[in-house]
Design a protein around this ligand. Structure first.
Ligand code: AMP
Ligand code: MG
Length: 420
């Protein structure tokens, strides 16, 4: 039998294959706008009013008729006072209205003079003298200049950010319809893993390591808007693993595991997923990364119609697991939540290092922006060195076989793209 290695699968092909299988979640819920930060909108938000509702002043000063105020030194009589929250009456020729930021422009007025450009006289408190000529329209914020009635202000499929919450509030929405959060079960494989807190560093047995993947994967999933059930480290028994996964598949949209997907690895998660559904194990042409498992479990399900429970098996090496999450799990979760695919977020920046010996696989190097507007490289790019992801502030995307010289432009993704 031929022992020729199977060609590695390009990352984009793996992502496309996975995204083609995703059925976006449909279930929505209504939450208070207060609580909607980070949630994904399940419907367009349409404004029922103009914002601002009326023409209003952007300055403290005097509303005037510009025809009366074309000359420096023009004298006007102050006949009304309009603080924010109230409204004025018709302004006659030769009159001005004392007005404060945000207050509506009274009928008849067509401009505002800043108070700094007006002289007042204590002996004639109802008179002002203009220190500047006035152009029609000056310092007026127009009705509807922010939002027009009937406009879609926030779109379905967008993840809500703080400014969007303010926008929803500005058109009177105290509640928003959002998708329910994806429910994700997280588990780790590996007999060498020890949970921090259970064994002190000085007492760690040779060959054991702390479970670090569980911590960053849980945080990453939460930042992707998921509700995470932590199933811990799976028992080292086939039937127990099948039982755990079968149960988890009934009330989760996704099961994520780390470790145990390397070639020839003996662990129970892969056979358990195969026993319960469909599993693909791929070798991806990416570094760090490479082994990746994707499939789904045919759970009987408690929901009606039953929602598929997907499975993703990430590599065990911490940096591989981290980068595979960003490159594969993140877009999967975006598609699951019906989010519009984001345009390439890459920035073109110059490398301030040489990379003379490129890999045959597409590489995602951990780098950091420097004060000169370039990128520095973390010196140890090993997939086990988590320090590279802590030191770095992003990844660069290096094509297979692409050597880099100091000054070459590369595609840089800040971690904030995935983590905000
Ligand atoms: P595996 O993919 O299971 O062969 O694991 C590859 C490497 O990653 C091994 O050195 C494992 O000890 C390590 N590893 C696997 N899972 C974890 C984890 N949860 N936390 C830290 N390291 C891990
Ligand atoms: Mg392992």
């Amino acid at each position: 039998m031929s022992k020729a290695a199977k060609p590695l699968m390009p990352l984009d092909e793996a992502i496309a294959t996975i995204l083609a299988q995703v059925q976006p979640l449909q279930a929505a819920e209504t939450v208070a706008t207060w609580d909607a930060d980070g949630r994904v909108l399940a419907e367009d938000v349409v404004s029922e009013l103009d914002v601002p509702a009326l023409d209003n002043t952007s300055m403290d000063g005097y509303a005037v008729r510009s025809a009366d105020a074309a000359q420096i030194g023009a004298r006007l009589r102050v006949t009304q006072r309009i603080p924010a929250g109230s409204h004025g009456t018709l302004l006659q020729a030769g009159e001005a209205a004392r007005i404060f930021t945000g207050a509506p422009i009274p009928p008849g007025a067509d401009a505002v003079v800043m108070q700094e450009h007006v002289q007042t006289d204590d002996n004639q408190p109802d008179q002002i003298v203009l220190g500047q000529s006035v152009a029609s329209g000056q310092w007026i914020r127009r009705a509807g200049e922010d939002v027009a009635k009937g406009a879609v202000v926030l779109s379905k499929g967008n993840r809500l950010q703080p400014a969007a919450l303010g926008m929803a509030a500005s058109i009177g929405k105290d509640r928003l319809k959002v998708l329910r959060k994806p429910r994700v079960a997280l588990l780790s494989t590996g007999d060498e893993l020890v949970m921090p807190g259970t064994v002190a560093p000085a007492d760690m047995k040779p060959g054991t390591i702390y479970n670090s993947n569980r911590f960053f994967l849980r945080a990453l999933l939460q930042r992707s808007g998921c509700e995470v059930s932590d199933l811990g480290i799976v028992a080292d028994q086939k039937q127990a693993t099948i039982d755990t996964l079968a149960k988890a598949s009934q009330n989760h949209d996704l099961i994520v595991s780390s470790g145990g997907v390397s070639v020839g690895e003996e662990d129970h998660v892969k056979p358990a997923v195969q026993a319960l559904g469909v599993l693909n194990v791929w070798q991806i042409a990416m570094k760090p990364g490479k082994p990746l498992a994707f499939g789904w479990l045919n759970a009987a399900g408690t929901s009606n119609p039953p929602q598929t429970c997907y499975f993703m098996g990430l590599p065990g090496n911490p940096v591989s697991s981290f980068v595979t999450y960003l490159c594969v799990v993140w877009p999967f979760l975006a598609a699951l939540q019906g989010m519009a695919p984001s345009a390439s977020p890459a920035y073109a920046l110059p490398v301030h290092f040489d990379w003379p010996r490129p890999d045959k696989r597409r590489e995602f190097l951990r780098v950091r922006r420097n004060a000169q507007g370039g990128l520095d490289l973390f010196p140890n790019q090993s997939s086990g060195v988590l320090t590279s992801a802590v030191w770095g502030d992003g990844l660069i995307d290096v094509a297979p076989g692409q050597a880099l010289r100091h000054g070459d432009m590369v595609a840089y993704w800040p971690f904030s793209h995935w983590l905000s």
